[in-house]
Design a protein around this ligand. Structure first.
Ligand SMILES: [Mg+2]
Length: 222
């Protein structure tokens, strides 16, 4: 079993890998958004995650887990604006704040981070589960980490959360939009997943891929 825990330097590498994976999905995310919004979600994510990459490069070596996540959130928010910029930005900042004083992320700290991310998104976006937003994948991911048995490794926690986030994102296809532009489209959004929920599931999937590859020679570093 891969029972590694990750320090700030690993988190930086994991986020760097996530930045690359999200940018590869730009056109897919734009296509999803074209069905329920204005078709620019992939562009926004590319800009936001490029800014996160820039913050990772600029953050000093001695940065803590909290510093890395907070700087990532600030960079995303500063680069993108709009509701999704605030939501993704506050999400990373909230996750980082919850890890203050923590040196390593294992399964327990990973759950702490995700729960703080959910609380930040709820506060920033005023959405509830079922509103066809990013929260539908994030909330499902958090719930999966509360189910039994508890995860014994970070690799297990990250994989379980990523699987649940994908299910949560898939479930948004059956939902109406209550907030934002999509709320005026009524039944026309049925059958289409929420782009933000899909993006968040991609973030968790990227983290899970990175953690699971960490032990092998091909572990994607920086
Ligand atoms: Mg849009």
């Amino acid at each position: 079993m891969n029972d590694k825990r990750i320090e700030a330097e690993d988190l930086r590498a994991m986020l760097g890998y996530t930045c690359r994976r999200i940018q590869e999905e730009e056109s897919n995310l734009n296509a999803l958004d074209a069905a329920v919004g204005d078709g620019d979600h992939g562009i926004t994510m590319r800009i936001g995650f490029q800014a996160i990459q820039g913050s990772l490069d600029a953050t000093p070596r001695e940065a803590t887990l909290t510093d890395v996540l907070r700087e990532a959130g600030k960079a995303f928010m500063g680069a993108t604006g709009g509701a999704i910029g605030i939501i993704f930005g506050r999400m990373f900042i909230g996750g980082g704040t919850a890890l203050a004083g923590v040196k390593e992320i294992g399964p327990v700290e990973f759950k702490t981070m995700l729960e703080a991310m959910e609380a930040s998104v709820v506060k920033a976006g005023k959405a509830q589960p079922g509103d066809k937003t990013l929260l539908d994948s994030l909330h499902t991911a958090c719930e999966s980490l509360n189910s039994q048995p508890p995860c014994r490794s970070l690799a297990e926690a990250a994989s379980r959360a990523a699987d649940a986030a994908e299910e949560g994102a898939q479930s948004t296809a059956e939902m109406h939009c209550r907030l934002g532009r999509g709320s005026r489209l009524g039944d026309r959004v049925i059958g289409h997943r929420d782009p933000g929920a899909v993006s968040f599931s991609l973030v968790l999937r990227s983290m899970a891929e990175w953690v699971n590859a960490m032990d092998s020679a091909s572990a994607p570093k920086v």
